[in-house]
Design a protein around this ligand. Sequence first.
Ligand SMILES: NC(=O)c1ccc[n+]([C@@H]2O[C@H](COP(=O)([O-])OP(=O)(O)OC[C@H]3O[C@@H](n4cnc5c(N)ncnc54)[C@H](O)[C@@H]3O)[C@@H](O)[C@H]2O)c1
Length: 337
Amino acid sequence: MAGEQVLVVGAGGISTAWFPPIKEEQLQVCGVVDLKPEVARERLAAYQIEAPVFATLAGALKKTRPDFVLDLTVPDAHCAVTCAALHRGIPVIGEKPMAASMAQARRMLRAAEAHKTLYMVSQSRRWTGHHATIVQAVRNGVLGPLTTLNCDFYIGAHFGGFRDAMASPLILDMAIHLFDLARLFSGADAQAVYTKEFNPRGSWYQGNAAATCVFEMDHGIIFTFRGSWCAEGCHTSWNGNWRVIGEHGTLVYDHDQEPHGQVVAGSDGFNRTLRDACLPPAAMPYGGMHGALREMLAYLRTGAPPQTECHDNIKSLAMVFTAIKSARTGRRVAVTA
Ligand SMILES: NC(=O)c1ccc[n+]([C@@H]2O[C@H](COP(=O)([O-])OP(=O)(O)OC[C@H]3O[C@@H](n4cnc5c(N)ncnc54)[C@H](O)[C@@H]3O)[C@@H](O)[C@H]2O)c1
């Protein structure tokens, strides 16, 4: 199959990252749905795409026969949009985060199961060359069995919008990317978490813009996330700055630069003799949203399951909601998807 028909739901800011790969893949946009049809029309004009515009998904589904739905709406709408498509047997690729609550996410999982229809989440940072290099090194045992992952995320972000009023802007709106990367890099899932969330003095946020989370992962791996959206100066990358430690060595990934590391080369001395770790760059021909889109197309054409199929991605979402629960209760909480 080629030139698949896609129904795009939500034509806001993030759609500008999706229309270029849609055009590059020569997909047919069979419709664009937005509560504000004028936004959809402007977007189509900007990308010189001719397609009907709808104000509701229900209206669009009466008039079109998409091969898949692309859900680019706000998190509160993900569950309703995705379930409506799944109920009609139409596969869905949706923007992160999967849902606005675990209850909604579980409903989406049940809809995918009941209708035997694919729902995948676009967790765009999975499709990044340096991230694939880290995954490859860990899988090949370059560092030995993993013991520790640390991620620091410090940015002074003056959004001036809805995030300023959220109770947990950092964990709810940002940390999903970094928690999912921890699962990607380690190949391990979270078992429990303890979170200390706070709002630094002088913060321009109403809610807690900073947090430290200590996750207990599978195989005894400890993943520590330290972050703030209210930290002026010496910013980290938006991907975070990482230290990944195994029994035989350490890998560092900082400011989006090529990952580098050292591994043990000798068996004595206070500090063991070290050598540079061999970290050949991994291939990543399609980055970000294009990478996610290629996995949806591969599924439609060959049945190959995407890595962020909902049963997997809900484990990253569970890290977010459990971290918040721990912050609220002041207790270590078991992570259950
Ligand atoms: N992967 C990334 O790095 C990344 C970056 C930014 C945003 N996002 C995600 O993309 C999603 C959209 O974010 P955005 O910045 O484009 O938001 P936005 O507010 O700019 O756009 C959302 C659009 O969806 C429309 N909409 C809302 N509910 C709808 C419904 N039920 N039916 C049809 N249209 C509806 C709105 O009218 C709006 O035009 C969010 O889930 C966000 O977290 C991901």
